[in-house]
Design a protein around this ligand. Sequence first.
Ligand code: NAD
Length: 502
Amino acid sequence: MDVKKETADLLVKLGVDAAALSGGTMPSYSPLTGEKVADLSPVSSSDAAKAIEEADAAFRQWRLVPAPRRGELVRLLGEELRAAKSDLGRLVSIEAGKIPSEGLGEVQEMIDICDFAVGLSRQLYGLTIASERPGHRMMETWHPLGVVGVISAFNFPVAVWSWNAALALVCGNSVVWKPSEKSSLTALACEAIFARAVERFGDAPAGLLKVLIGDRAVGEVLVDHAKVPLVSATGSTRMGREVGPRLAKRFARAILELGGNNAGIVCPSADLDMALRAIAFGAMGTAGQRCTTMRRLFVHESVYDDLVPRLKKAYESVSVGNPLEGGALVGPLIDEAAYKGMTGALEKAQAAGGAVTGGERVEVGPDTAFYVRPALVEMPKQVAPVTEETFAPILYVMKYSDFDAAIADHNAVGAGLSSSIFTLDVREAERFLSADGSDCGIANVNIGTSGAEIGGAFGGEKETGGGRESGSDAWKAYMRRATNTVNYSTVLPLAQGVSFDI
Ligand code: NAD
C-alpha cells in the first residue's frame, strides 16, 4: 500500500487543497508504516489570535439565529459526513492506525452526535421555578456562550471534535479547534466537510469553525485568549494539569477529558465467555490506545484459573498487523515514544513481580512502524506501574478474594474514567453502581470499559478532569444560564421578607 499517495488522494477527494499538504514545517506521519505523509504549515500565534477574533465575530451573529435553524446546519453536516464516511473512516485508519470498522465507527459517532444535536436544537429548555413572591414568575433561560475552544488528542482525531462542535453550534457558539499535531490531516478533512455544509446552508456567518494546525503553543493561545469562554481539552492528565490552572486563572470554563486507568472486576458468577470477549476488545482493541481502554482486571480467585489462561491464549493468538492489509485486529502504536512507554512499563512491572505474556514488538513493514503484541501481566498486587496510565495495550491482572477489597483497589488510582463489573449477582452489580461502588464517570455491568454511545454524558472524575461532553445534558456546559424573575404584580415584595421602604 502506498500510504503517502493514498493519504493525499483521500484528502483531495474529501475537499482539502493539495497545496496544504506540502511545504510546511510540521510533518505528519502514518503509524501504519511510520512514513511521513505530509508537511503541514502550522499557524503562528498571531494568526491563531486573529482566527479567534474572527470566530468571536461569527458568534455574535450566530447567537441571533433561531436554534432550530442552527440545527439545520448540523443536520447538513451529518449528511455530508454520511457521504464522506468511507473516505474519512479510511483516513482515520491511516492517521491513527485504527482497524477499518473502528475508523468507520468514529465517523458514525460524528453522524450520531449530529443527529442528537439536531433534536437538541428544538429543546435547549430551561425550568420554571415556583416563586415565593405573589405575582412573580421565575424561570431559567439558556443563552449562547461564545467561542468554544476544542483541543483534541490523537487517538480520537475526529469524534471528540464532533462531540463538542455539534453541541456548541446548535447552542449558538462558534468553534476554534486545535487538533493533535499527530492527527491533523483528518481535521483538515473535517474542515472541508464542514465548509460544504456551510455552503449548502447558505447564510451562516464566516468563521463559525476555525481549525488551527499546530502544536501545544497554538493550544496555549486558545487556552489564554480572553474571547474563549470555554475550552474543552482532551488529552493526557499532564496536559490537563497545565491547561486547567491557566483557564481557572482567567475564570474560563473547562471541560477536561483526560487520562484513564480503567478496570474491570470479574466476579464468581460472571458469564466468562461474555467477559472474555468484552475484556479482549476493551484491553486489546485500538491497540490499547483508547482513553477507556481496560488496563486493570480484578478476577475472583474462584474463576481465575478458568478465565486467565483463556485470556492469555487470546493475547497469544490475536492478529497484529497493518489493519488495512489483511484484517488484523490490533494495529500499530502511534509512534516510537508510545513503544518506549510500553516497554518501560513492562520492565517496571516485571521488577515488581509481574509475569508478562506478550508485549514483544512485531515486525510489520519498515522499522519506522511500531507494532506490538498486546501484553497481559499477572501482578501479585496493585503497585506502580499498574496505578499509572500507560497509553499502550497492557492489561494488569490481579486475583481477589474479598469484594470490598476489590472495589477499594479498583478506586485506588488517580484516574476515574471508566469501569465495569462482570457478574450475574444483582447485589454485586448494584453495589458497584452505588455511592460506595465504582468512583468513575462511566460504570458498566457485563460490558467492557470502552465503546460508549453518544447518548450518555461522557467523561470521568478525579485526574480524568471532571468534564462531560456528548449526550444527556452535557449541552448545558456550552451555554450561559440566566435566572429570570418577572414581577407582574402592582407591588414590590422583597424576597426573604426583607423590608426597605424609602
Ligand atoms: P496529549 O496530552 O499529548 O495531547 C493532547 C492535546 O493537547 C494535543 O492537541 C496537544 O497539542 C495539546 N496540548 C498538550 N499540552 C498542551 C498545553 N500545555 N496547552 C494546550 N494544549 C496542549 O495527549 P495525546 O497523546 O494526544 O492523547 C492521549 C491521552 O489523551 C491519553 O492520556 C488518553 O487517555 C487521553 N484521552 C482522553 C480522552 C477522554 O475523553 N477522557 C479521550 C481521548 C484521549
